[in-house]
Structures are given as structure tokens and as C-alpha cells.
Design a protein around this ligand. Structure first.
Ligand code: ADP
Length: 445
């Protein structure tokens, strides 16, 4: 097992990783930007070093600065967290070149899955079902029109290197196709330095169902009960839960078995999530994330398995000692993402937290990176806390979440607690009969 780990990240996920390291009795070091000098992940680490200015390019994305910090602290491994360099194969390669372990899959697997077109090709090889698509990049306007004719409107233009919902455009009519492709390409180039786009059938009422995977790179791969992440805004997840009550149980189980076979035969190592859309009783693969995800918590809560601890153990060379039978769901879990943002406009709301009084009590877990007096800088993601409620069944988990949100106190900045409360009281949410476009449609009604 590792003696020392560097966490190359910030915020709630850095704090979560620090906690996993403490549980494994591993020394943990962090890096921070000048804007984060007083942050929770700095306070909880054995030691933290300032690696640069507030903008991510100067600090959390600066590979030379991070590698220098790692060598200064003589760490054995680097945990990249979520976002920043977590899915950057080049960073993974450089970490390994310096004789340290990158806590994640191989750079080759990060590369393949980081490109949605390549990931879909790979998924196809493993007989995973796909949404009808352009079978590769859109080359020119004639090609795009011909693909749209085959797939049929509405279609979705997506960036191959996309993430965070950027570089995506829905096209309802032929007359808008070329201009929306141009928009998607421009956004993709700005966001990811690559303007490759492709086309998919736009599904009008899908659920977002994903399968959390854990594999050891030695041919052992396990799947977790499905997560439903259909409550979204601007393609961003807001509420996640597990399991999903409205999927075909046999189909989702068979899908998990297929995913595990695929990752085992690839020799995939670490955690990863295969994301699917689910409509009319069918699953369609859309992408794979080769890192831990924000919503890993709901899977942990219903199975009692510490995914981040396992991610670290596997990176250190351990073989998976769990079997598929060890992964049984107990009850139901729901996560609400608390963002420092205006509930109406969704504009980020940075500032000083005056009071933070996290909820607790039976069935409640709070993962956060804030404390009384801490500062939410304007430069990063607006996620400040995650409330996870666990109950014997979905109504019980919802009831506990309502209690937790009513108890939760965050003053000094504006956040979206009330917005969550509104969703939890909505009859459609309570029935569970929603889809990925539901929240957006509800807000515009
Ligand atoms: P990103 O990597 O930018 O997050 P994804 O491919 O994971 O993009 O998709 C994000 C969200 O966009 C999905 O959860 C879903 O809400 C929506 N989406 C993606 N593909 C489709 C599709 N073919 N039809 C309808 N909605 C889609």
C-alpha cells in the first residue's frame, strides 16, 4: 500500500479523497491555488503547497507545478479527483514517467474513452447497444445532411471530446443543421481544443442510467446497482439516486454483466462509469467516464463499499477481493448537489460562507469542502456540498432528504437548497416518472 498520496484537486472531492486516505492510514498531501489558501482541503491535509494563481491553468491544470509538488513531497501516487486533469492521459503518462502511480486507469484507456467516437466504437465491439449515430465524425455539410436523413430529426450534434454538456446542439429542422454544427464546433474548439463533432439521434424522453464499475486490471470487474441521474439542468446532473425503480430489472442486470465482461477483457483498472440513455425499455450507451464521479456516494451508501478506498487499493496493486455477490443494494439513496448559485438564474454565487451547519442524523451523509468563514472563489465549479439520504425505500429516502434540507444552514452566499426542496415536492419527481429533459421543460412552462 502507498505511504503518501498527493491529491491534485480541490473542494469537496479533495476532502473526500483525504478522508479515504486517512481511513487507509496513508499520509495525504494537497496542492492549492492562491485563491484556495484557506480551503478545507488545505486544512485537512498533512501539508499543502501553493502551486500557482487562481485560474485553473495556473494551478490545478499546471502539470509541471503539480509534478514538482509531488516530487517535493516524495509521494508514491497522485489522485487526480474529478475534473481538472482526472481524464488527461498525458498527465497520467507523465506521472508514471516520474516513477509515481496515477490513481486511475491506464493512459491508453483514458485516451480511448475520452473521445466519445472511439468510446462508442469500443462499446460496439462489446455488443453494448448504441443510439443511432453518424458512425464517426461529421466531415462536411453533404455528409451531415445525409446522416440526418438516415437518423431522422431531431438529432443531436455532439463534440467527440465533449464534457459538461458543452459542444452539444439539438437540431429539429434541416434548415438549422449547418449553423448549429458550426456553433457546436466553435464551442468544442474553445472548450477542448478539438472541433470534431458527430451526430446522434436525439431521444425525447430518455432517463440517464449509469453503471458504476470497479475493476482491478487483472481480469476482475464488478458492476454496481444502476444510478439514475435524470434530474438535470443544462445537461448537468442535479439529483442522483440508486437504484432506479422504473427500469426493467432483468435488462439492467444483463447490462451490468455485459459491462463487467467488457472491462474485464479490456484489462481496465480502477473505477469507471458507463453511461446510458434508457427509453422505451432499451438502453443506449453514450459515454464512459474513466474517473470517480460526483454521484459515487449513492452507490457507496446502498452497498456499504468505499469506492475511493478501493480505487486507491487497486492502484497500489491489490487484487479485487470482492465478488459480485458482495454488491447487494440495501434500500434507496438520493443525492442532492448543493451549488453556490442563484436558484432562478443559475448564475454562480461566490463569496464568504457565514454559517455552515450541515444536517446529520439517521441516514444522512454530507460531503462538502466548506466551513464557517470559508471562501467560495469564483474560479471553480459551484458545487459546495452533497447531501446524501439513505432510506429503506425511495419514499423513506425522499422524506429523510426533506428533513436534511430543512436542517441544512448555509448563509453568506446564495445556494440552491430551495430549488431542491421544490423538486422533492413535485408530484412527477415523487412518482419517479421523469426524464432528462423534464426539469428544463418544467422550468420553462
Ligand atoms: P457530456 O460528456 O457533455 O456530459 P453526455 O454524452 O454524457 O455529455 O450527455 C450528457 C447529457 O446530455 C445526458 O445525460 C442526456 O441528458 C443528454 N443527452 C446526451 N445524449 C443524448 C441523446 N442522444 N438524446 C437526448 N439527450 C441526450
Amino acid at each position: 500500500m502507498f505511504k503518501r498520496i498527493l491529491v491534485a484537486n480541490r473542494g469537496e472531492i479533495a476532502v473526500r479523497i483525504i478522508r479515504a486516505c486517512r481511513d487507509l492510514n496513508i499520509e495525504v498531501y494537497t496542492v492549492h491555488s492562491t485563491a484556495d489558501a484557506e480551503s478545507m482541503h488545505v486544512r485537512l491535509a498533512d501539508h499543502s503547497i501553493c502551486v500557482g494563481g487562481p485560474s485553473p491553468t495556473e494551478s490545478y491544470l499546471s502539470i509541471p507545478a503539480l509534478l514538482e509538488a509531488a516530487s517535493l513531497f516524495s509521494v508514491d501516487a497522485i489522485h487526480p479527483g474529478i475534473g481538472f486533469l482526472a481524464e488527461n492521459a498525458n498527465f497520467a503518462r507523465m506521472v508514471e514517467k516520474q516513477g509515481m502511480v496515477f490513481i486511475g486507469p491506464s493512459p491508453e484507456h483514458i485516451d480511448i474513452m475520452g473521445n466519445k467516437i472511439h468510446a462508442k466504437k469500443m462499446a460496439q465491439q462489446f455488443q453494448l447497444p448504441l443510439v443511432p449515430d453518424s458512425q464517426g465524425p461529421l466531415t462536411d455539410s453533404t455528409h451531415a445532411h445525409s446522416c440526418a436523413n438516415t437518423i431522422q430529426y431531431p438529432v443531436l450534434i455532439k463534440a467527440a471530446g465533449g464534457g459538461g454538456g458543452r459542444g452539444m446542439r439539438i437540431v429539429h429542422e434541416k434548415k438549422d443543421l449547418e449553423s448549429l454544427i458550426d456553433e457546436a464546433k466553435t464551442e468544442a474548439l474553445q472548450g477542448f481544443g478539438d472541433n470534431t463533432v458527430f451526430m446522434e439521434k436525439y431521444l425525447t424522453k430518455p432517463r440517464h442510467i449509469e453503471i458504476q464499475m470497479l475493476a482491478d486490471g487483472k481480469g476482475n470487474a464488478l458492476f454496481f446497482p444502476e444510478r439514475d441521474c435524470s434530474v438535470q439542468r443544462r445537461y448537468q446532473k442535479l439529483i442522483e439516486e440508486s437504484p432506479c425503480l422504473l427500469v426493467d430489472r432483468k435488462k439492467v442486470h444483463d447490462l451490468g454483466v455485459k459491462c463487467a465482461k467488457a472491462l474485464a477483457s479490456m484489462g481496465y483498472k480502477g473505477v469507471g462509469t458507463l453511461e446510458f440513455l434508457y427509453e422505451n425499455n432499451n438502453f443506449y450507451f453514450i459515454e464512459m467516464n474513466t474517473r470517480i464521479q460526483v454521484e459515487h456516494t449513492v452507490s457507496e451508501v446502498i452497498t456499504g463499499i468505499d469506492l475511493i478506498a478501493w480505487q486507491i487499493r487497486i492502484a497500489s496493486g491489490e487484487t479485487l477481493s470482492l465478488s459480485q455477490d458482495d454488491i447487494t443494494p440495501h434500500g434507496h439513496a438520493i443525492e442532492c448537489r448543493i451549488n453556490a448559485e442563484d436558484s432562478e438564474t443559475f448564475a454562480p454565487q461566490p463569496g464568504h460562507i457565514e454559517t455552515f451547519l450541515p444536517s446529520c442524523g439517521p441516514g444522512i451523509r454530507v460531503d462538502s469542502g466548506i466551513y464557517n468563514g470559508s471562501f467560495i472563489p469564483p474560479y471553480y465549479d459551484s458545487l459546495i456540498a452533497k447531501i446524501i439520504a439513505h432510506g429503506t425505500d425511495r419514499p423513506h429516502a425522499i422524506q429523510r432528504m426533506k428533513r436534511a434540507l430543512a436542517e441544512l444552514v448555509i448563509t453568506g452566499i446564495t445556494c440552491n437548497i430551495q430549488f431542491h426542496q421544490k423538486i422533492l415536492n413535485n408530484p412527477t419527481f415523487i412518482e419517479g416518472d421523469f426524464h432528462v429533459h423534464w426539469l428544463e421543460q418544467m422550468n420553462t412552462e
